[in-house]
Design a protein around this ligand. Structure first.
Ligand code: MD3
Ligand code: FE
Length: 206
């Protein structure tokens, strides 16, 4: 069951709510190898969101800019692999949104505590913009915001809740989007946290 969001983008409410029993332990292993950290941004501040990655490429930010890297700058090692069961789940989910054959090479892990937010931005560091971005949300709910292709376009809002899958691609792949500051709360499985995983095709052809 999918809800239409924009041209090329679909929301699947609760799609992964029953899968947390294996997803969260797998994620904990990933984060043991490449821990969450608050990346620096070119302006010199640090993001309020704590991030890490798995896959052959990971998204990084530092004083010199945003990019994908095959090495985790914090550990000096390659990023951990995307757990195989997650790759399967995400491929199946993308196919249900009419993106068959989606094989991500990068999964960005965003961890929000109350007050953390992500301002409106475009995701444009990926080489293959014909591929969708698949997002899985866990823990506390947040207000997702999305506009259009121009920063000044009007912004729409809807909640992203525990277990939701959002598949974002096609004509709306490059829209401005972000999330409002996370409200206080306690989630039964995750506590005072929101986790978001975004699966991407960051590099060129496999
Ligand atoms: C729409 N993350 O990591 S996920 C990001 O909740 C990011 O952590 C948000 O934006 C989060 O870049 C939103 C949903 C999402 C992800 C990527 C998109 C929506 C998108 C790319 C283009 C358009
Ligand atoms: Fe984004």
């Amino acid at each position: 069951d999918r809800l239409f969001i924009e041209q090329g983008s679909w929301l699947f409410k609760g799609y992964v709510a029953q899968s947390t029993t294996w997803i969260l332990p797998a994620l904990r292993e990933v984060l043991r190898y490449s821990p969450l950290r608050q990346m620096q941004v070119p302006g010199g501040h640090r993001m309020s969101v704590r991030t890490s990655s798995c896959g052959s490429l990971g998204w990084i930010s530092d004083l010199s800019g945003y990019r994908y890297s095959d090495i985790d700058p914090m550990t000096g090692r390659p990023w951990p692999e995307i757990p195989a069961a997650l790759l399967d789940l995400v491929s199946t989910g993308a196919a249900a949104a009419d993106y068959p054959g989606f094989i991500p090479d990068s999964c960005l892990i965003n961890c929000y505590r109350p007050g953390a937010k992500m301002g409106l931005h475009q995701d444009k560091d990926e080489q293959d913009r014909s591929a969708p971005i698949v997002s899985l949300s866990f823990g506390l709910p947040v207000t997702f915001m999305f506009g259009g292709l121009n920063r000044k376009d009007p912004v729409k809002r809807f909640p992203l809740e525990h277990g939701d899958m959002l598949v974002w691609g096609g004509a709306s792949r490059m829209v401005y989007h972000g999330v409002a500051p996370l409200a206080q709360g306690e989630h039964p499985e995750l506590g005072a946290l929101r986790l978001n995983l975004t699966f991407r095709r960051a590099g060129g052809d496999a």
